[in-house]
Write a protein that binds this ligand. Structure first.
Ligand SMILES: Nc1ncnc2c1ncn2[C@@H]1O[C@H](COP(=O)(O)OP(=O)(O)OP(=O)(O)O)[C@@H](O)[C@H]1O
Length: 309
């Protein structure tokens, strides 16, 4: 659905993108992760036909972004990392403007726009002025705009940036619905955990180069071979502390009020054995899994050293 072949982009002397090879299959959600300036927006703008590559090729739904830009635009919805606000337009008028641009027949628009507003939970804001909406609402409206022509592919540039936790959750729920509709989604963020739950695959980009790509698990194993774990206990805390401290695969054990954080350097089989030992010893384990900080650790482990020397 999305393919790039030796894609490069220079801005004068700045090499923003270097030999990018991406392949995203139909119906997949691909998380594009990288720090500021890594080349995410550049890639997304090339795919959206807003920017010419310096070298290489890019295809969306089989259409060449250079040779068939109109077909590419018809196949994708692009959400930039800023929201262009028009004064004196209501949410409905805003969507209607874009429906006109996509030549949606007048007779179909009312139903379509009502459905889109419902999908992004903005039905009650149809008559509200766009510039009066919160950032989270504006992002959702922007997402509705991307969907007007029912594209197969969505390209979303940092849609969660600047949103508060509730707005992030709302956005995530909508993205899950879109995944359920089998849309192919390329979504960027500079925060790895933000995308983890949502993505089938991730690609990590740093200084214009794709430095890791694959299912999150594969990438994280390749990255470090280490998992940051969290175990929460309801009883027999001391027994758990002893078992963990004696386990050869547990490192940097940090005892907390209701549990433990540690680095686990063993395999999944050894992880399962540890859980079995804890439960067999009468420890009431209420949580056993990766610490939420694990993804950040993976990201740091992968990007460590890139660009040095
Ligand atoms: N129009 C431009 N002219 C010159 N350099 C540019 C231009 N746009 C981007 N760059 C440079 O290209 C590189 C990649 O930028 P890009 O915006 O693609 O990164 P990004 O990963 O999207 O970062 P961010 O999260 O900050 O948006 C950066 O070094 C940036 O400074």
């Amino acid at each position: 659905m999305i393919n790039t072949v030796h894609l490069s982009k220079n801005y004068g002397k700045v090499q923003a993108l270097i030999d990018l090879q991406l392949s995203i299959e139909q119906g997949k959600v691909f998380g594009f992760i990288g720090p500021n300036g890594a080349g995410k927006s550049t890639t997304m703008m090339i795919l959206s036909t807003l920017l010419e590559p310096t070298e290489g090729e890019a295809f969306v739904c089989g259409y060449d972004v250079r040779k068939e830009p109109a077909a590419v635009r018809q196949s994708l919805g692009y959400m930039p990392d800023f929201f262009g606000v028009y004064d004196n337009l209501t949410a409905l008028e805003y969507l209607d403007f874009y429906a006109g641009a996509f030549k949606i027949p007048a007779g179909k628009r009312k139903r379509l726009l009502a459905d889109l507003l419902e999908l992004v939970n903005l039905s009650d804001k149809a008559e509200a002025y766009v510039d009066s909406l919160s950032r989270g609402m504006q992002q959702r409206l922007s997402l509705a705009r991307c969907l007007i022509h029912d594209p197969q592919v969505l390209i979303l540039d940092e849609p969660a940036s600047g949103l508060d936790p509730r707005a992030r959750i709302e956005l995530r729920e909508i993205l899950k619905q879109l995944r359920g509709m089998k849309k192919t989604i390329l979504i960027s963020s500079h925060i790895l955990p933000e995308l983890a739950e949502l993505c089938d695959e991730i690609g990590i980009i740093e200084k214009g180069r794709l430095i890791a790509c694959g299912a999150l698990d594969e990438v994280s194993i390749r990255a470090s071979g280490v998992t940051l774990m969290m175990v929460k206990t309801l009883s027999n805390h001391h027994r758990a502390a002893l078992l963990l401290s004696e386990n050869v695969f547990v490192e940097d054990l940090d005892e907390q009020m209701d549990g433990f954080r540690f680095r686990f350097v063993g395999s999944d089989t050894e992880k399962a054995a540890l859980l079995h030992d804890l439960v067999s010893a009468g420890v009431a384990v209420s949580y056993f899994g990766e610490s939420s900080e694990n993804l950040e650790a993976v990201f740091l482990a992968i990007t460590e050293g890139v660009g040095k020397g």
